[in-house]
Design a protein around this ligand. Sequence first.
Ligand SMILES: C[S@@+](CC[C@H](N)C(=O)[O-])C[C@H]1O[C@@H](n2cnc3c(N)ncnc32)[C@H](O)[C@@H]1O
Length: 264
Amino acid sequence: MLEGKPSRTAQGVAAARATMRRPCSPDGDPAGDERLSIELAKGVPSPHGLLYQYLVGRTRFFDGTTTDAIEDGITQVVVVAAGYDGRALRFRTSGVRFIELDHPATQKDKRALLTDLGIETADIGFAAADFTTDDVGAALDGAGHDPTSTTLFLVEGLSVYLEEGVLHGLLSTLHTRAAPDSELAIDLSLQPTTAARAAAKKVFDNRVASVGETARTRFSRDRALALLVASGWDPDEIVDPADLNRMARRGSALLVRAIAAARE
Ligand SMILES: C[S@@+](CC[C@H](N)C(=O)[O-])C[C@H]1O[C@@H](n2cnc3c(N)ncnc32)[C@H](O)[C@@H]1O
């Protein structure tokens, strides 16, 4: 990310979601989420082509994981690297506390935009941290996250931008805050195995580099799953984006729902 500037890729993802049909909770504010996305779509180009189709599949996965977890009685949802994700509005539910954790520059810009749009956020906790330097546990404490209650951690659209060691540290910290039955949902970009996929990844890398962001980490399937296990998360459901949107390219990423391993 450019020093002191909000994430442009986060703005692009939100703009793409402006055109998607999505679920919401009975008490949710999907209109607030849509206003946020539409406002961003006015200012930034929306991803298109295969990237858009990937985002459709990915969004379905994270929306479905959120609604399932709420139905199963989860009490907290931490939206990690939240960007301009509006799930805290869309899936607002009595008895479920949403906390957004993000880089300070992106979070500051999002909160200002929410205020400008008159969107109510008093029930949402906000925790700011740069994952490469800051104490994520302290940030979550400051936002009122309770490590003794069940949590769904959503880690969407982040892993490719972090060094593997930083991602491992972040996921391990989240695990220390995961009460029994807590869950993690995460997308992990896969190393290309064909020339066509390599070319598509190169286009993506160049596109994000042009807005000051760097694609750093891609995995083999085995290494991705091993990283989750090593940081305290047992994969329970592994989905290809093409399973959720047949227009998406198969084999570009893993969408994983994992369960917190028992803490020692
Ligand atoms: C592609 S956006 C995804 C946003 C959101 N999860 C979504 O899917 O709409 C990447 C997000 O990662 C965050 N991010 C990138 N590097 C970070 C870092 N070092 N520390 C904290 N957040 C970071 C950005 O602020 C941004 O919100």
